[in-house]
Design a protein around this ligand. Structure first.
Ligand code: 6LW
Length: 510
């Protein structure tokens, strides 16, 4: 079945979702790559409306994102709840690898990471709890009878398992899913390694994102296949014992590559509602913008024990409340690049960014605060109070995919400059202080504009920003200041930041 998805439940840069339920509450985490704080945590009661409650990695002491390249750093996490505790596993790529953090309150604080040995990426945890088999029937979750999977006793029940994907042949996209036992109290792996799966076909590309479940007395392994782009799909396999052998669904992929309007759907994680129904969260892409991979919701029914995914229609009329932030505090939605070692901002009287030598593009942690663009069309603006005293001092509005792909509209001693990396795309003469800076984003078309505090907006330039093509992350908008490698004691004050999402039907520009 090919499913046609509509609106994301978590719009903007929110890839690789993983979800768990505790009573009436759902908790979800997504990847965050080179951005800090890491691994945002969301809460919902209906799987549709989500509120960010914190981040699993919000203290520089927990781990080090220094040196992480664009779309590297923190890959796909998994969140699970067991015995009064949340366990979250993830991988720091190009670094020490897999780790687990735990918390009794998912809003935090989360523990310091405990590093787990083993290769690869996309780790997951499976607690083979003895408290009732998950059933595909519509009975209430946790109240169904004990399914007695063949060989379930001893090998499975009451134990916990860690799975991950690892690369066998990068060029061919050949990977395999491996598993070892996880000891939740000690937070470490033990025992022999089991290889569970290497794809639905001999030439399968990128089997990854494994999650295990026990359903109707057998073990279900859900994986992504086909790579995270157009071929992305969901594949299912089943085994009578947790260690295998796993046999693929005859109808694989159980969620085939999407043809649109939402593409790249895959990387699914299942959850059961208190009423006993099944849902999945998964990633998908709305093409034609730089937003990247977002989180979508699917209903899941069962056919012959295999999952059948259907999009949950949210409609196109969900409100898109405008944001007006005057920075009484810095809300959790703002991120910076890599691990901030020194406080470079203050709030209370607008947002003040310290001018520091660090520059965007240098793989450091510059004075930059951004938040995800959540719709293909958006209008962002700010009021900047800043009179640069030296030619190396600048501050302004930023549209940022990563170090290598971004657009900056900054105030300099020479006036306003629109920059893409080192290239100047447009200039406007001396501007008043304060000055308002804005950008109208319509898909990949970015029109930058400026105004005096009470004057009319004047367009400066329009950029077809095809270079803002996401790999794993998504575009973000925000505020930036730098003194270009020189010491500076100055700061730039942003009185407010506005983000509006015109409804598609009010947006003739598209
Ligand atoms: C993620 C993997 C993937 O770990 O991209 O292509 C990686 N799919 O599942 C980063 O999101």
């Amino acid at each position: 079945m090919s499913a046609s998805f509509d609106e994301p439940v978590l719009p903007g840069f929110r890839p690789d979702p993983s979800v768990c339920r505790v009573g009436a509450d759902y908790y979800l985490v997504t990847s965050s790559f080179e951005w800090f704080p890491g691994l945002p945590v969301f809460h919902s009661r209906d799987l549709v409306h989500w509120r960010r409650i914190g981040s699993a990695l919000d203290r520089p002491s927990q781990l080090d994102l220094d040196g992480c390249g664009p779309s590297r750093g923190l890959f796909a996490p998994t969140i699970r709840h067991h015995d009064g505790e949340f366990h979250l596993v993830c991988t720091l790529m190009d670094g020490p690898g897999h780790f687990v953090v735990t918390a009794t309150d998912p809003a935090g604080p989360w523990s310091e990471p405990r590093w787990l040995e083993g290769d690869g990426f996309d780790p997951s945890l499976f607690f083979d709890d003895g408290d009732g088999d998950h059933s595909t029937r519509g009975d209430r979750a946790g109240e169904s009878g004990e399914g007695e999977g063949e060989g379930g006793e001893g090998e499975g029940r009451g134990r916990a398992w860690f799975t991950a994907a690892r690369v066998l042949d990068e060029a061919a996209g050949r990977t395999e899913i491996w598993m070892r036992e996880y000891l939740p109290r000690e937070r470490r792996l033990t025992g022999p390694e089991h290889v569970l799966w290497s794809g639905s076909r001999a030439d399968a590309r990128w089997p990854e994102a494994p999650h295990l479940y026990r359903i109707d007395g057998s073990y279900l392994l859900l994986t992504a296949e086909g790579g995270t782009e157009a071929g992305h799909s969901v594949v299912a396999a089943r085994a009578p014992r947790v260690t295998g052998p796993y046999e693929g669904a005859r109808g694989n992929p159980v969620l085939p590559p999407a043809t649109g309007p939402v593409t790249c759907t895959g990387h699914a994680d299942l959850v059961r509602t208190p009423e006993g129904d099944w849902r999945a969260v998964l990633l998908g892409v709305r093409p034609g913008s730089a937003i990247g991979r977002e989180t979508f919701l699917a209903g899941v029914t069962w056919s012959d024990g295999w999952p059948v995914f259907s999009p949950v229609a949210l409609g196109d009329d969900r409100p898109r409340p405008p944001l007006h932030d005057d920075f009484a505090v810095l809300s959790a939605d703002w991120s910076c690049l890599r691990t901030p070692r020194v406080p470079f901002w203050t709030t209370g009287d607008g947002l003040r960014l310290r001018l520091r030598p660090e520059r965007l593009g240098e793989r450091g942690s510059p004075s930059l605060l951004v938040r995800p663009q959540e719709q293909p069309d958006c209008d962002a603006s700010t009021e900047l109070h800043f009179a640069p005293a030296a030619p190396y001092e600048e501050a302004g509005l930023a549209v940022v995919l990563d170090d290598d792909a971004h657009l900056l509209l900054v105030r300099t001693t020479e006036g306003l400059v629109l920059r893409r990396g080192p290239d100047v795309l447009a200039r406007a003469g001396l501007s008043p202080d304060p000055v308002r800076l804005g950008v109208r984003v319509r898909g990949l078309t970015h029109t930058f504009a400026h105004a005096g505090p009470d004057g009319a907006w004047r367009d400066l330039a329009t950029v077809e920003a095809v270079f803002l093509t996401p790999l794993f992350t998504g575009v973000q908008v925000g505020l930036y200041a730098t003194s270009h490698g020189r010491p500076s004691t100055r700061d730039a004050r942003f009185a407010w930041f506005d983000l509006r999402y015109p409804h598609p039907r009010d947006s003739p520009g598209r």
